[in-house]
Design a protein around this ligand. Structure first.
Ligand code: ATP
Ligand code: RIB
Length: 317
């Protein structure tokens, strides 16, 4: 941030470069465990609670908190969880005009198991997220038009992701895809509409068939570049992140050393922070460095949306 620029001026500036998220909303059932149970094993939990989550909502809330505003297109059921998720979005300054209610479906849920090292395994029950259609996106075309940059993930139907990406590109927007969770078969047609893709190691391996272990992520990123994506950002957990970009070349961003409590939403915050910083005029590697600082704070706190820091907290780091 330029020294002469106040936080208020920064938020006003970023609000003029709107970011739209099309994605999922889940109520997370977070379960604290000594370790993730193996098949056939029964274990006791150290604590449990519900909290707002979902990759789409987490990313929208993170943009809202960091950049001062964001919009979301997504779907919830006509139930208490849906209302609670909407409220949470609004508390993070997310415009919810694009939130659709699906009366025949329950709001999405996720069972988030967190082990004592802070790492997680997640099971998502899509519910209303699975009913978000291309028609729902078309009905909110205005939100796409108003935005400068679109972020999507893969917890909504692939045909809706494809529709959203195609529409955004036809309107000249920048498209960021967080390919989580990575599908068995990634639609080839989608590659041409993506400006930036941000897989973690597991997703990169699933998408490319190349193991990300060791320095395998370098080859994996190259594979995605060869598919026509100009910018590939791979997050590598505690190791940091790697970028391979048409305009900025290749580089590595180390993670900040911290005491980890819970890594839930580290990847979501990373994607959101990259988008927020790019909207502020930063280069990809500057945006990734900023995102690494944001995520390093996220992993020191419990939960998904509850762990997102403000712009001021990141600058103070
Ligand atoms: P999750 O699914 O847990 O939300 P993810 O698998 O999508 O996360 P990761 O690659 O694990 O994403 O982490 C994203 C970023 O968060 C990393 O690039 C890094 O900057 C930061 N991060 C993750 N784990 C740690 C850690 N143990 N220490 C410091 N930073 C971390
Ligand atoms: O990335 C973390 C999120 O994944 C959780 O909030 C959960 O809802 C799943 O979508």
């Amino acid at each position: 941030m330029k020294k002469s620029e106040s936080i208020k001026e920064k938020h006003e500036k970023l609000e003029n470069h709107k970011i739209l998220v099309i994605g999922s909303l889940n109520m997370d059932l977070a379960i604290e465990l000594d370790h993730i149970p193996t098949v056939g094993e029964t274990i006791l939990s150290d604590g449990v609670g519900t909290a707002p989550g979902g990759k789409g909502a987490n990313q929208a809330c993170a943009v809202g908190r960091i950049a001062g505003g964001c919009s979301l297109i997504g779907a919830v059921g006509n139930d208490g969880y849906g209302k609670a998720l909407q409220e949470s979005l609004q508390n993070f300054r997310v415009d919810t005009r694009g939130l659709v209610t699906k009366p025949g479906d329950a709001t999405g849920m996720a069972v988030v198991m967190v082990n004592k090292e802070g790492n997680n395994s997640i099971v998502v029950i899509p519910g209303a997220n699975g009913a978000l259609t291309p028609e729902d996106i078309e009905a909110h075309r205005e939100l796409v038009k108003e935005s400068k940059l679109l972020i999507m993930q893969l917890e909504i139907p692939l045909e809706s992701v494809l529709y959203g990406a195609k529409l955004a590109k036809s309107l000249g927007k920048t498209v960021i895809l967080d390919p989580a969770p990575a599908p068995e078969a990634f639609p080839e047609e989608l590659y041409q509409y993506i400006d930036i893709i941000k897989p973690n190691e597991t997703e990169l391996s699933r998408l490319t068939g190349i193991s990300a272990e060791g320095t395998g992520y370098v080859q994996g990123a190259q594979y995605l570049r060869q598919k026509g994506i100009k910018n590939v950002l791979v997050t590598l957990g505690e190791k940091g992140a790697y970028y391979d970009s048409q305009d900025e070349g290749k580089g590595f961003i180390p993670a900040c050393p911290v005491d980890v409590v819970d890594t839930t939403a580290a990847g979501d915050a990373f994607t959101a922070a990259v988008a927020a910083k790019l909207s502020d005029g930063a280069s990809l590697h500057e945006a990734a460095r900023f995102a690494s600082r944001v995520s390093s704070i996220v992993v020191t706190r419990k939960g998904a949306q509850s762990s997102i820091p403000s712009w001021e907290e990141v600058c103070a780091l």
